[in-house]
Design a binder for this molecule. Structure first.
Ligand code: HPA
Length: 268
């Protein structure tokens, strides 16, 4: 399942950043890239990593940082490629294969998202309990092996969720829980779409993460994901919606996210 190209690149990365196996892979969402600065280790720009996506969305930090955070060996992807950039739902497959080849057993994904819950305002953080693939796309279309039939029950690992929830409690950080819906983007949702998505059972909406979670489960990684709420979803408030606003508001949640992750990492 891990391609030879990914294994080869992992070896090249280890030559630059040390060969101790990575425990946790992390993906940082829009406006959340500063977390990679907190890792004590080696930063490698995506441009140096043959096969990595361009990841050209502003607010992302397209570099891989391999090192230590709270005593754990982590590999942080400071930027992600989204479906809406090139129409490729599997845009993150290769970087995730590389994380797995580096030894990662767990993926911690983060994103910026709009909230559909009035009691979960801008600046909140939400632990994903599940997702709705509202796009209908799938990164495993074209995968020829039977491994493509990935079970998605408990895709968001219950043990990881419990540890993250406990870390939030221990640090007095308010952590919401809910269902994330993947909307393809890049345009934002209409208010009618938000009413529909809400009715289907989602609590937050965004343009990423779901394809990565499917791919990570395909690769056998355990997964946890946290959203930083950057706005109320379309039609839910007078708050403006846009990418500039997303980038401006993400740091509010990023601080909480960092607190929770730091407290959870030693226990994960
Ligand atoms: N919709 C989709 N993606 C988002 C949003 C939103 O409201 N906010 C941040 N990313």
């Amino acid at each position: 399942m891990i391609s030879q190209a990914a294994r080869d690149l992992a070896q090249t990365i280890q030559e630059r950043a040390g060969s101790a196996p990575v425990e946790f892979g992390m993906i940082l969402g829009s406006g959340l890239g500063h977390l990679s600065e907190k890792v004590d280790g080696t930063a490698i720009p995506y441009d140096d990593l043959t096969g990595f996506p361009h990841a050209g969305v502003s607010g992302h930090t397209p570099k891989l940082v391999l090192g230590t955070l709270e005593g754990r060996r982590v590999a942080v992807l400071g930027g992600r490629a989204h479906y809406y950039e090139q129409g490729n739902a599997a845009a993150m497959r290769f970087p995730l294969e590389v994380l797995a080849a580096l030894g990662a057993k767990t993926l911690l994904a983060t994103n910026a998202a709009g909230s559909m819950q009035p009691d979960m305002p801008t600046g909140s953080v939400m632990l994903l309990t599940d997702h709705i693939n509202f796009s209908g796309l799938n990164p495993l279309i074209g995968e020829p092996t039977d491994d493509r039939f990935v079970p998605m029950t408990d895709a968001y690992d219950p043990t990881l969720r419990a540890t993250l929830a406990q870390a939030a409690k221990d640090t007095g950080t308010d952590l919401h829980e809910g269902v994330y819906a993947w909307y393809s983007g890049p345009s934002f949702e209409t208010p009618a779409e938000i009413r529909a998505i809400k009715m289907l059972g989602a609590d937050a909406v965004g343009m990423s993460t779901v394809p990565e979670v499917i791919l990570a489960r395909f690769l056998g990684l355990r997964v946890a994901a946290i959203s930083a709420i950057t706005n109320m979803a379309a039609g839910m408030s007078d708050e403006q919606i846009g990418h500039a606003h997303t980038k401006e508001m993400a740091p509010l949640g990023a601080n909480k996210l960092e607190t929770i992750l730091r407290a959870a990492l030693p226990a994960l």
